[in-house]
Design a protein around this ligand. Sequence first.
Ligand code: BGC
Length: 862
Amino acid sequence: MAMAAAPGPPRFEHHTDASPALGLGTGAPRLSWTIPDAEPDYQQTAYEVEITRRGAVELHTVESCEQILVPWPGEPLSSREAASLRVRVAHGDTWSEWSSAASVEAGLLEPTDWAATFASPVGLGATEMPAPILSSTITISGDVSSARLYATAHGVYVATLNGSRVGDQVLAPGWTSYPNRLRYQTYDVTDLVRSGENVLEVLLGDGWYRGHLGFKGEKALYGDRLALLAQLEITTTDGHRHVLATDESWSARESEILTHDLYDGQRTDLRRRDRNWHPGIAGVERIEADMTRLVAPEGPPVRITEVLPARRVWRSPSGRTLVDFGQNAVGWVRLRVRGLAPGDEVIVRHAEVLENEELGTRPLRAAKATDTYLVAGSSEEILEPALTFHGFRYAEITGLADLRNEDIEAVVAGSDLRRTGWFTSSHELLNRFHDNVVWSMRGNFLDVPTDCPQRDERLGWTGDTQVFAPTAMFLFDTAGFLGSWLGDLQAEQETDGSVPFVIPDVLRDQSPAAAAWGDAATIVPWVLYERTGDRGILARQLPSMRRWVDKIAALAGPDRLWTGGFQFGDWLDPTAPPDRPGDAKADPDVVATAYFARSAETVARAARVLQQLDVADQYAALAKAVRTAFAHAYVTPAGRVLSDAQTVYALTVMWDLLPSDEQRSEAGRRLADLVRESGYRIGTGFVGTPLVTDALAKAGHADVAYRLLLQTECPSWLYPVTMGATTVWERWDSMLPDGSINPGEMTSFNHYALGAIADWLHRSVAGLAPGAPGYREIVVRPLLSSTLTSASARHLTPYGEAHVAWEINSDRFHLAVRVPVGATGHVYLPGTETAEIVRHGNHSWDVAVQIDTPALVPAFTD
Ligand code: BGC
């Protein structure tokens, strides 16, 4: 029997080191582990979980080959209960060593666990008034053994305990569908509390709750009262639990933050930090609020993830001081200043681009993105905001006579997701494009997957998330993050199945239903399942998935064609005029019915995974009927598709919407012709872009796919890179070739949607694709091209690290593959149609290839 190395410590649900399993929302978290190494024949036949809780040890032995998201084997944890777990695995009678231990602790699982009530300041902290600080004290005698702070707010909060900041989260509790789901955070504050008096102070800000949200200029969409819910629990060595909970006895005072807003920025009076400044003290009152909405986080919090130095400081033609950080990013500017007089004003404005050598703020639309400081005038001061963020590469700084590069930094903030995916190739521009995708994801995965991070929008647009989800799931561990967002989607879906255009829904349209946007309800859960093997997410979302498809079915009626009504369509294709972004070449009805078929099929697949066979049959039959109706209405017998656009061919080729082989090959041929006719320039918008290269390759035109991919003229993926872009743009020509900013309303320079092609780079160019849910099977099928001499991708799959790297050297093709323990690799060598199946470990091949071999069949068949 073959031996395995000790597994890594067990992981709980989708938590990572960046979001440790402290304050979990379930008492029975599922467990996963990776096995770093094993003998070639090793195959797990059993595992053992050792749970140490309340001083006792339990052993659970389970015969199973599963190692991902296995059920919690013991009694569920109760609220606040902690346990320590180890795991070991066996092949037959041969057991591995034990893993190291991982600890887990449940949060407050029941509303009745909260002694605290929501407390809101009275007479201060109202809209447009300085941000309030709520505070109270607790005196304890005896030695502290442990302490936890549970907290959330209507608004955002920053807590300090005895003068030290609690945790390192930014903008907690983040943004969820507040009326349905409000996150609370759990902090281990054992090191911050002490015997004697303890002072808890919490700054409250508007955040998403009460600040501006959306492009209609609206504010306070969730309520106009800030409120805090906090419960500090200190356990002393005698076993006694001392509780400080928000109630009417707390007091409030004004902070130094005079005004603040996520879009507009923050105005801070640092003179108020002076000991001699005495703010007025006010009381608080209790706010009635639904405690059943409280949920524990499923993903990591927002944190500072990096700090970028200033690259260049200079004077603009109009005499303003500008700073370039060299990277379009999301966060804020931090300044170190000296020698100023009390009350001197320093102003920081932000922009993503320059125009006419000045800050190009027009794309920010109504967002003022300006931070202002009235300095204290001390010898050295640090200026940075606490309750806002901006999307910027450049800043303009007023009020400082001399500025040194080393005194200026860009602080990068975002959800602290674990990086899990990398790609590189022999093509420098392509590598920079991939970096740009990563940066756009980092900027826009700030608690909610947003369209853009800079203008008066920053909303969880469903269509953008839907097309980008596969890329996101490869680059970063986003299962918890997107799982939480899907929880909001389900909560906000209307009873008739409509899916709001943005989640959390702040647009509040009546009965919204738009193809590709609403289909986030079906496609995002499926992508999560495909990439993680998490059946639980499908089980949780299936009712929502079905309701969405039922909604479309009702809209389509008996002819099964979803026609008319409002559609975003192939949003922002290059032919759409700047002021009419939905006016794309692809017919919106064709797009809508294609998505109808796709979503019905996705529900059928999900139901089959969940063994709900009747449901699966019902939706499979619906999908078939929709495909038939589609072909009848929109496809000619020869294989032309209505509106004859790149996107409609990409959809039909990829989603099996063409009944005959002749139609399929004609559609593929026509797509290739259209791309050639356009001079290998892109002709797709949000809908077609993630599919077009896949479709070309699937139809046997991989050479055309590569020419399209590597095009540098506008419009193309690489054109922005040649223009110096460091993030993905919203439109193909957000900056026009003459360096001016596109006059359209939609001109963000940080929008990940068109970066969805990165998934194809990983799956097909490098050739690392999921063949079975959770990468239990890894399909290695690189799509070779004479334009690249090497490519590689690395991904931390649920089973561990997978790696594919290929290189062409004169006429030799070299392939190196790493398969983690628990998975198998299905490797297709150039020119072969049969996979070689390899088990865990490192493998390599060296074979002869002819460079002019047309690019090979793609890895992804769907
Ligand atoms: C957003 C897009 C979004 C679109 C939908 C825009 O304002 O920025 O990314 O999907 O609206 O129409």
